[in-house]
Design a protein around this ligand. Sequence first.
Ligand code: ATP
Ligand code: MG
Length: 140
Amino acid sequence: MSGNITFTMIKPQAMRNGAGGAILKMIQDGGFEIIALKLKRLSKNAAEEFYGIHKGKPFYDKLVDFMTSGPIIAAILKKSNAVEDYRRLLGTTDPETAEEGTIRKAFATDMTMNAAHGSDSDENALIEAKFHFTEEEIFD
Ligand code: ATP
Ligand code: MG
């Protein structure tokens, strides 16, 4: 699985805005195969651990509150060069600078509520995939 998968979460604001289906369509149209999928709500502990690298930064508490504010879609995506290609489809962290055709350009509303997450390395993709899915839930 390593090297050709990435992990994504469709974030609570995009789910509240009814964009979950449209984002999954963009993912599939972008050539990614969905090999694991679930609707779930992150616990505070899970969100704190997931974004632990940002602990202590000024936006951390707001980020954790936001990420636990409602259900998310979690998914594992398969494609060659998945991590880099999905970051390109996502667009920049700040939707102000995201390019036309990206998920964040279409559905993000601000820097916190930026529609979806994508892993930033092959190593983190595996860690994040295993954080959210058991082996039986992954159809690789
Ligand atoms: P994600 O990990 O959610 O895919 P990212 O990889 O584009 O986003 P990270 O640097 O990992 O960006 O930051 C994680 C999240 O923290 C961002 O999605 C954003 O919501 C928030 N964040 C990051 N930097 C800032 C900032 N300077 N101000 C406000 N929020 C920020
Ligand atoms: Mg990140």
